[in-house]
Design a binder for this molecule. Structure first.
Ligand SMILES: Nc1nc2c(ncn2[C@@H]2O[C@H](COP(=O)(O)OP(=O)(O)OP(=O)(O)O)[C@@H](O)[C@H]2O)c(=O)[nH]1
Ligand SMILES: [Mg+2]
Length: 287
């Protein structure tokens, strides 16, 4: 795979506002009981924040794997199984369909019971469990909040001493959610993970140009999903990235004035096709 990639930029991107986000999460973390850590099923490894454990002080975590409907389930299941083997509570979800939300609620209620069992032993009264949602950009955090909130939710009144500027929403009689999810950026130390994030999430604009993203997508499809690549663009042979992109450009009528091939337009088509799921169900991480 690596060999197929030509002229690839070394991604070394860590936005300045990350320090601020981390500080905000540190402020919030003592107010919450559990974390919904959101990852993308099409890249369950690349979209997971490596150093999250320190940040969330080992709070119990439910790993919510979004966009399960868009992923290569065989491949993704193996990775999610590995997380489970490492002690994670994992729930794959299709947030567009929304029926998986009940699983998240049920699992959270179990954790709430455990929390109150501990409180009881300390002589404390039972209370709702408080949840913070965390994840990389574009992973589905807002969609998840909207699904959880649904129509029934009500704003939670100020809790003395804890809320000040934070808004809590009651999403169930026993569950309260911090209304603004935390956005995290991975460190992008691993170049393959960085490229996966660039082509499957929304952070690409800042770190890679369209040509590089499109070329990476084609190289990844060549190695992992050659048949999907052939089918989508009706290609006979797929030996060389330049030839493939040129062929896609021709087939999609990407021509400039004077008949020149508009390769930039082809790049955009490839990127959009992947993003919108037109190429098929894919997972770009491998165990
Ligand atoms: N097919 C599918 N699409 C999803 C799913 N979850 C989220 N999406 C889509 O993914 C895109 C990003 O979702 P958001 O909820 O805006 O993601 P976010 O994490 O809040 O993004 P930022 O606020 O930019 O950090 C939207 O177009 C959603 O419709 C899912 O389970 N399946
Ligand atoms: Mg959002």
């Amino acid at each position: 795979m690596e060999n197929n990639r030509q002229n690839s930029t070394n991604i070394n991107w860590y936005p300045g506002h990350m320090a601020k986000t981390k500080r905000e999460i540190k402020e919030k973390i003592d107010l919450i009981d559990i974390v919904f850590e959101v990852i993308d099923s099409r890249m369950p490894i690349s979209s997971k924040i490596v150093d999250i454990k320190n940040l969330i002080k080992n709070k119990p975590t439910i790993l919510i794997s979004t966009k399960y409907d868009m992923c290569d389930q065989n491949k993704t299941n193996k990775i999610l199984k590995e997380y489970q083997n490492n002690g994670y509570d994992v729930i794959p979800v299709d947030l567009i369909n929304g029926k998986d939300i009940t699983k998240i609620i049920n699992r959270t209620v179990v954790l709430q019971k455990e929390l109150n069992e501990k409180r009881k032993q300390k002589g404390l009264k039972p209370r709702s469990i408080r949840v913070l949602i965390l994840g990389v950009p574009n992973v589905g955090k807002s969609t998840l909040v909207n699904r959880l909130v649904g129509k029934k939710a009500t704003k939670v009144g100020n809790m003395p001493g804890v809320t000040k500027n934070l808004g809590w929403i009651r999403i169930h009689k026993d569950i309260e959610l911090l209304d603004s999810p935390g956005i995290l950026w991975p460190k992008l130390e691993n170049q393959e993970h960085a490229h996966n994030l660039a082509c499957l999430s929304s952070i690409k604009e800042e770190i890679l140009n369209n040509e590089e993203i499109a070329r990476y997508i084609v190289s990844k499809l060549m190695s992992d999903y050659p048949n999907l690549l052939k089918q989508r663009y009706n290609l006979e042979k797929i030996n060389n990235i330049d030839e493939i992109i040129e062929e896609i450009a021709k087939k999609r009528g990407c021509v400039q004035k004077g008949g020149l091939i508009d390769i930039e337009k082809a790049h955009l088509i490839i990127i959009r096709d992947l993003k919108e799921g037109h190429i098929g169900a894919v997972t770009f991480d491998n165990l």
